[in-house]
Design a binder for this molecule. Sequence first.
Ligand SMILES: Cc1ncc(COP(=O)(O)O)c(C=O)c1O
Length: 451
Amino acid sequence: MSSKRVFLSESDQPTAWYNLQADLPKPVPPPLHPATNQPLGPEDLAPIFAMELIKQEVSQERWIGIPDEVRRVLSIWRPSPLTRAENLEKALKTPARIYFKDESHSPPGSHKPNTAVAQAYYNKQQGINRLTTETGAGQWGSALCFACKMFEMECKVYMVKCSYEQKPYRRSMMQIWGGSVTPSPSDETEAGRKMLAADPDTPGSLGMAISEAVEAAVSRDDTKYTLGSVLNHVLLHQSIIGLEAEKQFELAEDFPDVVIGCCGGGSNFAGLAFPFIRHRLAGKEIRFVATEPCSCPTMSRGQYRYDFGDTTMLTPLIKMFTLGHSFVPPGIHAGGLRYHGMAPMISLGAELGIIEAAAYHQLECFDAARLFASTEGIIPAPETAHAIRAVVNEAERCRQQGKEECIVFNFSGHGLCDLGAYDRYLAGELEDYAYPQEKIEAAIAELPQVE
Ligand SMILES: Cc1ncc(COP(=O)(O)O)c(C=O)c1O
């Protein structure tokens, strides 16, 4: 019997992260100061982020060492298994070989702590004892609360209001790990009060919660802000996923033809894909498919422009695919995919034609998730379901074309705190929603005029 899961031992955990910036054919455009439109220097970011993270953000080094203290915490669940989805292959009658890198084994249940642990560590090293952040579905917030607990730090989380109501158990996780959680927009910050005055019934959005978390960080000396996706240093920390997968494919004597991940801000997709993109840049034929919801189609229907990362235009301007910072996506259940922008490195990869985007409706994603749970047993997070939809479509293409391709996807998280969404799906209450073109155009019309 060939093995279904490929394991690495703890000592095989990578000792350095991979930085795709060193190999991209074009440099990533720099972030710009929101007032002057000039490239930012480290001193502009220092009130918000720890200095070591700012250095990583702009580093052109190919390999950046992972501190032992970080590897020690990661070893609670890393290396994560690479699993062959044989039952899914059989159900789909596909000649394709399907693998998934299973990031659902971490204590919070997703890939997010890979960077949360690193960010908490570098802040603690700098003498910072309190972190703020925003969270959508609660995956990032719970990961940061877990990481802060590991380094005995305080954590303050602004959770998008509709997710706060839909996902009570992630809030419980954050509180068990000692975090403090506030539904956003809130009346605790100037930004939140403005947003509530404009629309007291708003479901909230990641862009709004970022505004609150940044304001809460810059207003106190003992506090810094952390982001769970989008930025270069976050994608760097996630590269541990793809680096482990590379070793596991060697052991399995296989190699991917197609790499798939769902994209909110892009960190789990990048984590798996970037180490393989370096093989593509060296001449190997590999496709990279980044998936997103039709209700928040950042790469499929957005534009590659400079835009703000948040709603109230506090953050630096970032060159990225964006639907416009004023875009408020509907309250779909894949809360982690409701972000108006996309990581600059992924955006550049898409612009250069290295990365393909695919958008799916939530019902077809839940169908694919149910098929996965029925065959492989594990219940995926609604975000992960967007990757599985693409996997099923690719496997069906392989069946139609008689191709024995190797498909790998990032199983970014389990859905055990998302059962309310599954209940609604099973009761036939979930609806598809494609964002109207006029609303996208209206939000894009508000983009700053910067080239
Ligand atoms: C399980 C899961 N997958 C994917 C995402 C999307 O984020 P990213 O694109 O940064 O991986 C999230 C975000 O919360 C998530 O919780």
